[in-house]
Design a protein around this ligand. Sequence first.
Ligand SMILES: [Zn+2]
Length: 184
Amino acid sequence: MSTTHAAMGVSIAAVTVWIAPELAVPAALGAMAGGIFPDLDVAVVAHRRTLHFPEHYWLPVALAAPVAAVAPSAVTVGAAFFALSAAVHSVSDAFGGGLGARPWRNDDQRGVYSHRRGEWIPPRRWIRYDGAPEDLLAAAVLSLPGLLLFDGLVRDLTLAMLAVSVVYTVLRKPLGELTHRYDL
Ligand SMILES: [Zn+2]
């Protein structure tokens, strides 16, 4: 789920706590936004396709990372971690479940769309579906850096996302069944 991706981004950005502590907050906020950003396509056109680029996001990463290293600032570091988090998100979606209203039925073979290959990468189902108990576990573990290494806004947002994750996990199956039954 999106919140797991955001927490994963914050976990990666947490290296800045040791490398450049004065830039850790923009790094974490950039990573958080970048972790959520690809999933905005759920409301746009084609989920896990329009804003998901398992290959191409690495290009902005390759451009933004050296810029952030040479000219570290809130903007450059935030942008670099935004791109990195979006790239990791897009790749890791292939390790989750398929699309469709009820992904726990394994009735959908679309993991994430590869724009380079022009086809869907099949779901590996390490995490069976978004909002699965193991997804919540991953979100909880990946939230630890945000909760323990940060304070203020980053910690508050991490805590809020964790709360959203719990609610989403509880409602995921009933909502999926409803969506399927009424063809929403
Ligand atoms: Zn996604």
